[in-house]
Design a protein around this ligand. Sequence first.
Ligand code: BG6
Length: 477
Amino acid sequence: MTKRFPEGFLWGGATAANQLEGASLEGGKGLNLADVLPGGKSRLNVMSQTGFDFEIDESKYTYPNHVAIDFYHRYKEDIALFAEMGFKVFRLSIAWSRIFPNGDELEPNEEGLAFYDNVFDELHKHAIEPLVTIAHYETPLHLIKEYGGWKNRKLIGFFERYVRTIFTRYKDKVKYWLTFNEINGATHMPLFGLGFSPDSEETRMQDSFQGLHHQFVASAMAVKMGHEIIPESLVGCMLIYAPVYSYDSNPENVMYVRQEADIFNFLCGDVQVRGEYPYFAKRYFKENNVELDIQEGDLETIKEGTVDFISFSYYMSRTDKKVKSPEEIGQGNLIGGIKNPFLKASDWGWEIDPVGLRISLNELYGRYQKPLMVVENGLGAYDKVEADGSINDDYRIDYLSEHVDQMREAIEDGVELIGYTSWGCIDLVSASSGEYSKRYGFIYVDKHDDGTGTLERKRKKSFYWYKEVIATNGENL
Ligand code: BG6
């Protein structure tokens, strides 16, 4: 039996403005969170610590996001390469601080708006549909420093103005929108999604869930506004999804991972897709001393602004148990847990689990019965340019083909999957490590961790592989 992808399946690639554009102070753009995050291994420490000061200190650190891969000036060349692979869709984010440099102005920055007009026009010239993330770890720095990020309810109003501006401006150019990138990652790393560094470990949960509540209201407002301003638009949520496996069949462990999965994988989705806090939230909040300030009208807004589809990133699964030995702690993935003896890991310790993608698709579809889109998936790896200029990234082809094959299985299972945008279709700056050397792309970019490099683009072996995948609608892997 030949397993097929549906007609019109949206094949493409995914990026985010801060990891791609560079030109951090050009075109009237203001600084945002990513502009103050250092490059290299220290980034993760900075992100996890409490009390980060959000200052730039060039005597100590490098700031790769300032230049990124210079998409700001090279977007035409890059989009032509995406078109050559046959992309049907390209996921990018709008940098909020290009449109409102400080975030709290009343009038937008015309130069920033014009830049995205040009990018969308260029995409349409090549029949590529833009898929736009409205907020991808790019909170304007001023909103962080002056207001304390999403902890502060005022951000809902600033976000509303930003969203109204971009919906009105791009209503004829953009149909697919995502509100907050990986919204459920917030409690792990509030700095990224919520734009604040916890004052202390004691306040982390309270502040994170309050920030999330503000984002739920803001996201629901955006969905409602999208439907009013762009009637044919589809507005989705975006989750970081990882199935959570019990280490063994001990019911204590099974219950533990079930609760972990409820909080990590489903709480945000339940609010954004079903329009209400799930039944298990009450007890969890109580036991973690979380008392939400929910204002009049918030729950109605959340109810009315449920999303049209669910998008998610998939990189890894998580294996866990209730009581971990000191040696087991820290052996798991970026998102916690312990080592899974059945899985290999990437050079950055992210466990590779293609079947976990099929499990995720079934879990999400089983729970929500809404169309799904995988908007991030890929292998961060070191690439080598051979003497003849070729880049033979067979490891990436293996990784991706195994994951695409599992999507095909999930479609056979009955899951409604409408698109796939692999992460970092062109090499870019890593979000967690600020490295150039953690490469995901089909297109190599000559830029290195020490800041050297010409920024020249080269097609990797995987470029030709993906082109064939798209041309055969997923038949030739
Ligand atoms: C996702 C983010 O978590 O993972 C992206 O949405 C990020 O911004 C991607 O780049 C891969 O992570 P990393 O740390 O390898 O860049």
